[in-house]
Design a protein around this ligand. Sequence first.
Ligand code: PGA
Length: 256
Amino acid sequence: MILRKKLIAGNWKMNKTPTDGVALVAELVTAIGKQTDVDVLVCPPFTGLESAGKALEGSTLKLGAQNMHFEANGAFTGEVSAPMLRALFATHVILGHSERRALFGEQDAFINKKVLAALKNQLRPILCVGETLAEREGGIALKVVQTQLEAGLEGVGKDQASTVIVAYEPVWAIGTGKVATTDQAQEVHAFIRGLLVKLYGDSIAQKVRILYGGSMKPANAPELLSQKDIDGGLIGGAALEARSFVDLVKAAAAVK
Ligand code: PGA
C-alpha cells in the first residue's frame, strides 16, 4: 500500500494572466491530465483561479491558491477568504510561504490562524517552513523549522493533521538555483517527520506529506524524490513552463 502518494505542486507566484494560465493548464491537461499515480496541483494567482479551474475540469489536476485571509469576510481590503477560494473549487492553499514571511511580514501566529481557517473550510493547507542562509550557517536551521512547524500547527487536532501538507523550503534555495543537497533535504524532512510523530503519533505522522521546495528541476528531482521522507515538490520557476512541470510529474511517477 502506498502510504503517501507523491504530490507535485506548481506555485506560479505573481506570474501569468488568466489567459496565459489557461494556456499552460491546457498543455498540462493534454500531457498529464489523467495522471493518477501522482497528485498534481496548480496554484495560480487569485485572478487566474476561476479560469484555470475551468480549464482543468474533467482532468485529475487539482487547484490551489497561494494565500488567503483567516476571516471568512469583512473589512480586509485586498484580501481573499477560504470560502471564496472554495467557491472557485480550490482544494488546497499555500500558507506561510517564505516570500509572505519575508516581504509581507507574516508571522507564525498569523499563519497558524490561516491554517486553522483553511481546515475549517475543507481546504488542505500547504504549510511552508524553512530557514534562511544566515540561520543555516548559524547552526539553527532545525530549531527554526521546529518553531515554524509547531507554531503553524498549534491547535490542529489529530483528526485533521493528516490532511495538512508541509513544505520544507530552505529560503536560500528558492529561485536561486542552489538546491539543498539530497542529504540536507532528507535530514530536515526526517526531522519534521519526527516532530509530527511527537505531536500526533506515528500512524498519523506517516500519512502527512512533506514536500521539498527550492530550485527543484527535472534534473535534480529524481534523487530528491527518492528520499524516504520527501513526498513531492513545491515548484516555483519550473512550474511556469509545461515541459519542465510535466517532466517533474513524470519524475515523481517514476519513483518506486
Ligand atoms: P523555486 O520556488 O522552485 O523557483 O525555487 C519554489 C517556491 O518558492 O515555492
